[in-house]
Design a protein around this ligand. Sequence first.
Ligand code: ZN
Length: 246
Amino acid sequence: MTANATQRHLVVLTGAGISVDSGIRSYRGADGLWEGHRLEEVATPEAWARDPATVWRFYQERRGALAGIEPNAAHRALAEAERRVARGGGSFTLVSQNVDDLHQRAGNDVLAMHGQLLELLCEVCGAVAVDREHLDPHAFVPCGACGFDRLRPNVVWFGELPHHLDAIERAIVRCTDFVAIGTSGVVYPAAGMLAAARELGRRTWVQSLDAPENLDPADRFRPGRAAEVVPGLIDEVLGGRSKGVG
Ligand code: ZN
C-alpha cells in the first residue's frame, strides 16, 4: 500500500453496546421491562395514540437520565478517528442506532438513524427542536412553532422508517471499511448493512461483548467491552498510530 495509512473511507455503525459503559441501561435485556411494559408496548405510534401519558413518561425518564451520563473511551476514540481520517484525506461516516447524544458530545457528526431523545417533533407542522429543559414526566410540551399542545420525542418507533437510509447506503458503497460496534446484529435494517458491506468486498470489523448472530467468517471480530476494545480497534482499522508514511 502506498496510500497514507489513514486515507481510508470508514463507515462505523454503533448500537447500544457502546453506551453500556457510560451507564445507559439497555431496555432489551432479560430484565428489559419498564414498569411491566415491553419496549414494543411503549415505543410505537399506536401506543402514543392510545396512551400518550404513559409513553411520554417513559421517554421523559430516558431524556432526564442523559444529564447524568458521559461519553466513554469508545465514544472518544471514534471522535479522534473522525479527525484522523479527515487529516488523511479520507471520509468517516458515523451511523448510530442510539438515541442518546454521547457521540455528539464526544465530538462526532452522527447519522442518528433512530432519532434523538433530546429532540422533540411536532406531528402537526413537522418542527424539530432540541429540548433539554422540559423534563417533567407529567407535562406535555407544546410546539413553539405552531402551538400544538403535544410534541413527541423525535425517535423512530417500531413500525416507522429509520432516518438517513439513502445517505447511509451511499457511504457503504464508497467505504473501504465497515465497522459495527455494540450492535446486536439482529435489528434490521442495521443488520443488513454489515451484510451489504461484505457483499461489496469491504473489510468488515465487528466489535461486541459476544459474537452477534449474524457474524460471518470474513468479519474481523473483536470481543469485549466497547470502552476497552474500541480504541485499539480503531488503531487497527487505521493501520496503527505510529506507522505514518512520513
Ligand atoms: Zn408544530
